[in-house]
Design a protein. Structure first.
Length: 255
C-alpha cells in the first residue's frame, strides 16, 4: 500500500466484500485495500468479464449495469456471504465529443439512476445477506459521496442532485437498519485523481481554484478515500453510523 498506510493495519481475513464499480479509481483502490487486508473481494463493472480490464487478478468479478433494474438481485444472489458493501460506481456527463451533458433530461435521469437509485437497489438486494453478517462492529454499507453533495456545481446537475440524495439516504437507512446491526455511512471525496477527473487535472485553470482553497495543498489520491472506507467498516468505528466523512484535504472548511 501507499507509505501513508505504514502505521495502520486492518484485518478483514475471511470477510466478504462487494465493491460496486471496483474496476478503476476509488473503487479499485478500495477493493485492493480490502484484498490486502485479507478479505474475499467481489467487484463489478460494465464489461462482460474481468479479462476486459487490466490488473484485476485476485478479484471475483460480476458484470453489472447500475443504471438498470435487473442486475442487482443476481449479483447479490451469487455471493456466498456478505459483510461489507461499497457503492463506488460513478461518472459525470459533462459534454465532450458525443455532446451528452446532464442538462438533457434523459442524461439527468441516467445520472440519478447511476448515483442514487442504483445504489439503493443494490443495498436493498444485499440487505438479507448483510443482516446475517457476524463482522465485529456490524455489517457495513459505504457509499462514495462528493463535494457536490454539499456545494453547487454547474457542470453536473444530475450527479450533484444524486450525491446530495445519497447523503440523506445514508442517514435514513442508518436509522432503519440499526436494529439489524448494519451500519450505513458515506465518504465524501474531494477532487481525487481518477479517470473521471483526468480531464480536469490536466487543465491548470480548472484545477487551480480547488488547490487554492485546499489547505493540504494537493489533489486527493484514491487511497486517501479507501483508508476512510476501511476505517468506517472496522470495529474501531462501531459507534459511527449515518455519517458522511469528508476526505477533501480541507477544501470544505472554508465558507
Amino acid at each position: 500500500m501507499d507509505p501513508i498506510w505504514s502505521n495502520v493495519r486492518f484485518d478483514y481475513s475471511g470477510r466478504h466484500v462487494l465493491v460496486i464499480g471496483g474496476t478503476s479509481g476509488i473503487g479499485a483502490a478500495t477493493a485492493r485495500a480490502y484484498r490486502e487486508a485479507g478479505a474475499e473481494v467481489t467487484i463489478t463493472g460494465q464489461r462482460p468479464s474481468a479479462a476486459d480490464y487490466d490488473g484485476l487478478d485476485g478479484f471475483r468479478y460480476c458484470q453489472l449495469d447500475i443504471t438498470g433494474t435487473d442486475d442487482m438481485a443476481p449479483v447479490a444472489a451469487s455471493l456466498p456471504a456478505l459483510d461489507i458493501l461499497v457503492n463506488s460506481a460513478g461518472v459525470g456527463w459533462v459534454g465532450g465529443g458525443q455532446g451528452e451533458h446532464e442538462y438533457e433530461p434523459e442524461i439527468f435521469e441516467r445520472a440519478i439512476r447511476m448515483h442514487l437509485t442504483g445504489p439503493y437497489r443494490m443495498v436493498d438486494a444485499c440487505h438479507e445477506k448483510l443482516s446475517r453478517s457476524s463482522l465485529p462492529g456490524g455489517a457495513g454499507i459505504i457509499s462514495i459521496a462528493s463535494m457536490t453533495s454539499f456545494f453547487g456545481n454547474e457542470v453536473v446537475p444530475g450527479y450533484g442532485a444524486a450525491k446530495g440524495g445519497l447523503v440523506q439516504m445514508t442517514k435514513t437507512l442508518a436509522i432503519h437498519w440499526a436494529r439489524e446491526n448494519i451500519r450505513v455511512n458515506a465518504v465524501a471525496a474531494g477532487l481525487t485523481e481518477s479517470a473521471m477527473t483526468a480531464w480536469m487535472l490536466d487543465v491548470p485553470e480548472a484545477v487551480g481554484p480547488t488547490l487554492d482553497r485546499t489547505p493540504l495543498g494537493r489533489i486527493g489520491k484514491a487511497e486517501d478515500v479507501a483508508g476512510a472506507v476501511l476505517f468506517l467498516t472496522s470495529a474501531a468505528a462501531q459507534h459511527i453510523t449515518g455519517q458522511t466523512v469528508i476526505v477533501d484535504g480541507g477544501y470544505s472548511i472554508f465558507g
